[in-house]
Design a protein around this ligand. Structure first.
Ligand code: C2E
Ligand code: CA
Ligand code: CA
Length: 585
C-alpha cells in the first residue's frame, strides 16, 4: 500500500491558487498531505517543525522569490528531499537552468493533471534517494560517516566565501591521533576501526551543527569551525577537541587510551585561501607532533618562513649534486696522549653560488627528509675513498677516513651493496673506512636493517657511535653492538673540566668505554685544560679545534705534514700549564 506523502508547497497565493487547489485538494488528491505556505518566513517556520517528502514551489521561475526559496530549501535540507518547481512559464532553457541549480524537476503547470503530478513527485523522491546514496559514497567516509576529503575541501571553500561576506573568521583544526598504529598492531584492525568510529562520534558531539567534521586520512581528522570572532575563540575549541580524547575508549572489552596532536590556522589571519590555510594548519600540526604530541599548536608565521627556507634549500640541493657544489673537509682524530693522528673525519661542505659555504646542519635534515641524502651520502663515501687514494699516491696522510652516515641511508635496503661497490671501485680496503652513525639512528634500526652493524663488522668496516650520550642506549644494547668507538658528544666536552655534571658524565662514559673495550673519542676539544682532563680520566682519542678545524683536503695534507713538529707541545698539557703559570707569575 502506498503511504501518504507529506509535501511542503510554497506559492505566493497559498491555497487559494485555483489550479493548485484543484490539483492538490480536489477529488483523488488523497495521495498527499500538503502544507501550504505563502512566504519565505512561513516556509522557514514549517521547515523547522516538520519533515517533508518533497518540496513544491509555485512562483514563476524568474520570480526572485523562487530563487530565494530554492536557496533556502537547498541550504536547510540539502540531501533530504527533492524540490519540484511548478511553473506556468515553462521553457526548455528555464527548466535546464533550474535543474543545474539543484532543482529535481520542473513541471509545466499549464499541462499538469493530478495523475502526472503524483507520478512526478514519486519519481522525484526515488531519484533523490538514489542521488543521495551516490553522493554519500562520493562525499562521506564509509567507516565513520564523516565528510571525506573531497567534501571537506568543498566545505572549506564554501566556508571561506561565506566568511568573506559576513566578516567572520573560520578556524581550521587538523587532528592526528598519536601512535594510532599501535592500536591496530596491538588490538587488530576491527578494533582500530571501532576506535576511529568512536573518535568520530566524540568529535561530532563536541562540534556545533554548522561546523564540519571530516576524516581526511587514516587517523587524520579535520574540523572547520565557522562564524568565529577572532583568535581568542580558537583555544577553547582546541581544548575541547583535545579533551574529547582524554577518556579511554572501550571496545570489545578493551580499554584503548588515545591522545591527539592538533594544528590550527585561522582565516583570514593565517592564510588568504584554502590551500595556504591548510598548509599552515599542517605546519602547526607538525610542530605539535615535534614538541612531544598530545598537544595543540597555533600556526606561527615563523613556521612559514622556516618551511619556505626548507623549500629553497631543497630546490638548490637538487642542483648542487649536478653542479658539483659539495666538498669534503677533514678534521684529525688524535691519540689523546701521544698526539699521533689516528684517523680523519670527513665533513661535508656545500659551496653555494649565492650563500657561500653552507654548513651541514643547514641542509642535512632537508636532504634526509627528501631522500636526497642517498645520492649525497653515496657521493661522500666515494669522495672520501678517492681522497684517501690520492693522498696515498703522493705521500700525503695515510690514515683511515671516517664518514658520517645518516639513518636514512642505512634503512635503505641496498646500503651494504652501495658500500661494497664503492670500496671495490676505489680499490680500498674495508679497514681504511670508518662509519659514524649517531646513537639514536643506530638504536632505531629494526627488521633486516638491525643486522647492518654486524654485516659491517663482517665486511671489515669499523663502526663508531656518534654523538654518544645524547641518545638512550642501554648498557645491554651497547654490549651487543659491534662498535669500535664511542664519540662523546661535544655538549659534554664543552663543559669540561669545570661543569660538575659534565665532568662526572664524561668520566663515566670513558669508564664505560674502557670496561667494554671500546675506544672513547672526545669531540669538540677546544682548550688545553679540556685535553688535560680527558688525558687524566683515560679518554683514548680526541678531536677538536684545539688541534685543527675541519680543513679542505690540500690544507689538511699540509697540516698533517707540519703536525709532528707541533704535536708534543700541544699534547703536553702539564708543560703548557707550567708555561702559563710562569707567564702569569
Ligand atoms: P658531527 O658528526 O658530530 O661532526 C662534528 C661537528 O663538530 C662538525 O661540525 C665539526 O666541524 C664540529 N667540531 C669539531 N671540533 C669542534 C670544536 O672544537 N668546537 C666546535 N664548536 N665544533 C667542533 P660540522 O662539520 O658543521 O657538521 C655538523 C654535523 O653534520 C656533523 O656532526 C654530522 O652529524 C653532520 N654531517 C657532516 N658531514 C656529513 C656527511 O657527510 N653526511 C652526513 N650524513 N652527515 C654529515
Ligand atoms: Ca661525526
Ligand atoms: Ca658527533
Amino acid at each position: 500500500m502506498k503511504t501518504k506523502l507529506h509535501l511542503l508547497l510554497v506559492s505566493n497565493q497559498g491555497s487559494t491558487h485555483p489550479q493548485l487547489a484543484d490539483l492538490l485538494q480536489g477529488e483523488g488528491a488523497d495521495w498527499a498531505d500538503v502544507c501550504w505556505c505563502r512566504s519565505r518566513a512561513e516556509a522557514e517556520a514549517a521547515l523547522v517543525d516538520g519533515s517533508f517528502d518533497a518540496f513544491l514551489l509555485n512562483p514563476g521561475l524568474q520570480d526572485p522569490i523562487c530563487q530565494d526559496l530554492v536557496a533556502l530549501v537547498q541550504n536547510r535540507l540539502s540531501f533530504q528531499a527533492p524540490l519540484l518547481v511548478l511553473t506556468p512559464d515553462w521553457t526548455w532553457d528555464l527548466a535546464q537552468e533550474a535543474l543545474r541549480d539543484g532543482v529535481t524537476d520542473v513541471l509545466d503547470l499549464s499541462q499538469l493533471d493530478r495523475e502526472t503530478l503524483e507520478r512526478a513527485v514519486h519519481c522525484a523522491i526515488e531519484r533523490k534517494r538514489v542521488e543521495d546514496r551516490l553522493l554519500a559514497y562520493a562525499l562521506f567516509d564509509s567507516l565513520t560517516g564523516l565528510a571525506n576529503r573531497k567534501c571537506f575541501t568543498a566545505r572549506l571553500q564554501e566556508s571561506l566565501a561565506h566568511a568573506d561576506r559576513t566578516g567572520r573568521s573560520v578556524a581550521l583544526f587538523l587532528l592526528d591521533l598519536d601512535f594510532f598504529k599501535h592500536v591496530n598492531d596491538n588490538f587488530g584492525h576491527p578494533t582500530g576501526d571501532e576506535v576511529l568510529r568512536s573518535v568520530a562520534n566524540r568529535l561530532r558531539r563536541r562540534c556545533r551543527r554548522t561546523d564540519t567534521v571530516a576524516r581526511i586520512g587514516g587517523d587524520e581528522f579535520a574540523i572547520i569551525a565557522t562564524h568565529l570572532g577572532g583568535p581568542e575563540h580558537i583555544i577553547p575549541i582546541a581544548r575541547k577537541l583535545s579533551d574529547c580524547l582524554e577518556e579511554a575508549i572501550e571496545v570489545q572489552g578493551n580499554r584503548v587510551f588515545l591522545s591527539g596532536s592538533l594544528g590550527v590556522a585561522l582565516y583570514p589571519h593565517d592564510g588568504r585561501d584554502a590551500d595556504s590555510l591548510l598548509r599552515n594548519a599542517d605546519l602547526a600540526l607538525y610542530q605539535a607532533k615535534n614538541e612531544g604530541r598530545r598537544t595543540y599548536r597555533l600556526f606561527d608565521p615563523v613556521l612559514d618562513s622556516r618551511a619556505k627556507e626548507h623549500q629553497a634549500i631543497l630546490h638548490d640541493l637538487h642542483l648542487a649534486l649536478r653542479n658539483d657544489e659539495f666538498r669534503l673537509y677533514f678534521q684529525p682524530i688524535l691519540d689523546a696522549r701521544t698526539g699521533e693522528v689516528r684517523s680523519a673525519e670527513a665533513l661535508i661542505r656545500w659551496h653555494h653560488s649565492r650563500r657561500g659555504v653552507v654548513p651541514p646542519d643547514t641542509f642535512i635534515e632537508v636532504a634526509e627528509s627528501s631522500g636526497l641524502i642517498l645520492p649525497i651520502g653515496e657521493w661522500v663515501m666515494k669522495a672520501a675513498c678517492e681522497q684517501m687514494k690520492a693522498w696515498r699516491a703522493d705521500g700525503g696522510p695515510d690514515v683511515p677516513v671516517a664518514v658520517n652516515i645518516s639513518a636514512v641511508q642505512v634503512r635503505q635496503g641496498c646500503f651494504m651493496d652501495t658500500l661494497s661497490r664503492t670500496l671495490q671501485q676505489c680499490e680500498m680496503n674495508p679497514q681504511d673506512l670508518e662509519l659514524e652513525i649517531t646513537e639514536t639512528a643506530l638504536m632505531n634500526l629494526d627488521g633486516e636493517q638491525a643486522e647492518v652493524p654486524q654485516h659491517l663488522t663482517d665486511l671489515g668496516v669499523r663502526l663508531s657511535l656518534d654523538d654518544f650520550g645524547t641518545g638512550y642506549s642501554s648498557l645491554a644494547y651497547l654490549k651487543r653492538l659491534p662498535v669500535c668507538k664511542l664519540k662523546i658528544d661535544r655538549s659534554f666536552v664543552s663543559g669540561l673540566p669545570g661543569g660538575d655534571d659534565d665532568s662526572l658524565i664524561t668520566h663515566a662514559m670513558v669508564g664505560l668505554g674502557n670496561a667494554l673495550q671500546i675506544t672513547t673519542v672526545a669531540e669538540g676539544v677546544e682548550t688545553p685544560s679540556q685535553l688535560g682532563f680527558l688525558q687524566e680520566i683515560g679518554c683514548k682519542q680526541v678531536q677538536g679545534f684545539y688541534f685543527s678545524p675541519p680543513l679542505p683536503a690540500d690544507e689538511f695534507a699540509d697540516w698533517w705534514r707540519r703536525w709532528p713538529s707541533m704535536a708534543s707541545r700541544c699534547m703536553d698539557v702539564a708543560a703548557y700549564n707550567n708555561r702559563r703559570r710562569m707567564r702569569i707569575a
